[in-house]
Design a protein around this ligand. Sequence first.
Ligand code: TXA
Ligand code: MG
Length: 343
Amino acid sequence: MREYATRLLPGDALGVKEAAALLRAGELVGIPTETVYGLAADALNGGAVSRIFTAKGRPQDNPLIVHIADLDALPLLAAEVPELAARLARAYWPGPLTMIFRKSARIPDEVSAGLATVAVRMPSHPLARAVIREAGTPLAAPSANLSGSPSPTLAAHVMADLAGRIPAVLDGGECAVGVESTVVDVTGKTPCLLRPGGITPAMLAAVAGGVSVHPAVTGRLPEGAAAASPGMKYKHYAPKAHVVLVRGTPAAYAAFVNARQAGQVAAMCFDGEEGALRVPYITYGRREDSAEQARRVFDALRRLDEIGAQTVYCACPPEEGVGLAVYNRLLRAAGFEVIDVAG
Ligand code: TXA
Ligand code: MG
């Protein structure tokens, strides 16, 4: 892999121009979106796209999302746009919604990892939209972290993971949503939720009349089962520490954590509940504010490594609304280890 002196580009018109020029030349650039930072390449250039996998250390069989700025680009990428998808696009694009279509012949195999489908999303972040338009091509972009690490919600997170491996990161400050987009399969009659995100099941059902939730959203895929969304089968979002989710009332959680003080135990808890704890802690938002937890969860997971935690007992978030996305990510960070405490 080539080594780069990675530049942090300012989030202005000049930064957008430089990012777009690099992308047109087949290079990779870290770009902000409203969900998390993406590691972008020209989606129609298979050679450029294959570099994403090298830079991230990403398994080759995990396909990428293609990002567009205008609806006109969709028919070039999708072989067919079902009526259901058109309605969801009208309701939630631009925004944190990714839809799975049957792919057109223009999609390089590197993007779809050999599948017959392609994932497409139209981000709402003004810098992401400006870069796509200036580059003049759709952009393939996974989250801009090293494979397996928590997704980046700040340019500094991208730098921490990918400095030296890519030429540039466009700085757009903190991501507003904080968890990756909702991924939904729209090739069937009812939409099937493959990955929860900022667009909630209720929001999908309000437009589509119903929604099914893939069992892998809240559970572990059975050994050998074909993953509807290949990304769901990997351990993900994990800090170096061993994470365990703990479900229970604030009092029961605190009692459980305080009884486990051997070694480098730390807590990942809700704001306002840290006073009861006798171990080092990182907070990730108030218990009743799922949107705040979504914004802060990945940064909190990264900070646990900074304080040198070895075992982390993380207070389990409520699963309603965008909370389902927070729960889904923490469940994977914890390798599906959940403890129910009485109380
Ligand atoms: O918010 C987001 O979606 C961010 C930003 C950068 O847009 N991107 C992102 O990409 O999270 P990534 O690669 O980290 O996650 C993409 C997910 C993976 O779970 C992948 O398996 C799934 O989408 N996916 C991609 N193409 C697919 C396809 N054709 N069928 C099923 N799942 C697909
Ligand atoms: Mg990712």
